[in-house]
Design a binder for this molecule. Sequence first.
Ligand SMILES: Cc1ncc(COP(=O)(O)O)c(C=O)c1O
Length: 443
Amino acid sequence: MSENSCGTTVPDDLAERAAALDAADGLAALRKLFTLDDTVYLDGNSLGALPRHVPARIAEVVEREWGELRIRSWSESGWWTAPERIGDRIAPLVGAAPGRIVVGDSTSVNVFKAVVGAVRIARRGPDGDARTEVVVDARTFPTDGYIAASAARLTGCRIVPVDPADPGAVASALGPATAAVLLNQVDYRSGRLHDLPALTAAVHAVGAVAVWDLCHSAGALPVGLDAHGVDLAVGCTYKYLNGGPGAPAFLYIAERHQGVFDSPLPGWTSHTDPFAMDPAYTPAEGALRGRVGTPDILSMLTLEAALDVWDGVPIEAVRAKSLALTDFFLECVDGRLGERLGTGLGEPGCPVRSLTPAEHRHRGSQTALSCADAPVVMERLIARGVVGDLRRPDVLRFGFTPLYTSFADAERAASVLVDVLAEVLAEPLTEAASGNSGVSTEG
Ligand SMILES: Cc1ncc(COP(=O)(O)O)c(C=O)c1O
C-alpha cells in the first residue's frame, strides 16, 4: 500500500487498484444490462454490445406488430414517426433540444445530405456565389472524404483538406470562399478529440456552415450541439449507442436552419403531406425534412429499445469514467511493460507507442497504440479473449465504453497485451506477421 497525491492509501498492485476502482464506480451496475461473457470487449467503439432486453423487444415487434397488426402498425405501433421519436431519444446525449434530430439511413448518406445542404445554406448569403470550397478533415474516416468530394463536384466546389488538430492550419484554410466545413469530433484512428466549440466559432467567423461527424463521440462524451451553435451534424448509432450492426444513423439540423435546409435527397417521407402523393415537393417542417424513404423499422426499433440503457445516465458521468478508464489502461500498459520488459511506455526500446493524446481535452474514449507486427499482436489478443481492433498497418485500437467496460477489463487487457508483445518480440519474424485479423467492419 502507498499514499496517492490526495493522501489516500491505495493498493500498489494494479489488479487490486482495478477492483477498488470498480467498487467505487457509480456506473458499474449498468454492465449487467448487457449480454457479455468473460471476453474483455474493447471494440464497443466499433460495434456496441447487445443490451439484454433487446431480443425480446424485437421478437415482439416481429411477432405482434408485423405478424399480427401488419400494416396497422405504421400508425398503431408508431412506426411512421419512429425517425423523429428516436431522434428525440438521442438528442439529450448530444446536447440537442427535441425536434432537431431525425434517425435514418447510414452515416455516409447523412454526410451527403449534410454537406450538400450546408453548401446550399452558405450560398443563401449575399456573398454566396463566391463560396466554392468545402473544407474537410484530411484524416477523416474515408467515407466522409469520398462523399464530400462527390458533394463538392455536384455543387461546383473544390475540396480543401485541413488538420483539425492544428487551429492555425484551420484558420488559414478558412476564408470568404468557404462554403461548408466537415470535421470529426473524434478521430477514428488516434482517438484525438477536436475542439468543437472553437472550430465551430472559426467556421462561423467566415460565414461558412459547420458539419460535424459525431460517430466516435455520440454516447462517449458531452457534445453540446445546441450550446455550441453547430449547424448540422451526423453520427452513427452502432458504436457507443449500442443500436446493433448497421443501425440507422442520425442527422441534426440546428433550429435556425430548419426552414431553409434543402435536402439533396428529398424523398417522399420528407414531404409535408406524404400521403397526399402530390407530384410537387413541399418539404416538411423541422428536422423531418432530413428523412428520405420508408424507415428501416426493424433496425430503428432495435435502436429505440437499445437506448433504454441510457435512462437516467448523465453523459458527464460517462465522460468522467471514460477518462479514468483510458488513464488507467495506459498506466497498466506502462506498469506491465516496466515489469516485463524493463521499459515504460514511450521510453527508449519500448515496443509500443501511444498515439492517444495525454491531455484529457484532446482525448476521446479510445486508446490507440502503434507497434510493429500489429496484425499478429491483435490476432493473439483476440485469441486470448481481449477484443480490440486493428487499423492497418500498425494501429491497435481499444475502445472504452463506460456503460459496460470495467477497470478490471482495462487491467486484464493491458496484462495480456504486454504478454503478447513480449512473446512476439522474442520470436523471429514469421509469415504470420503479414496477417490481417482484427479488422472490423465498422470504423
Ligand atoms: C467517423 C466515421 N464516419 C462515418 C462512418 C461510416 O458510417 P456508415 O457506414 O454508417 O455510413 C464511420 C464508420 O465507422 C465512422 O467511423
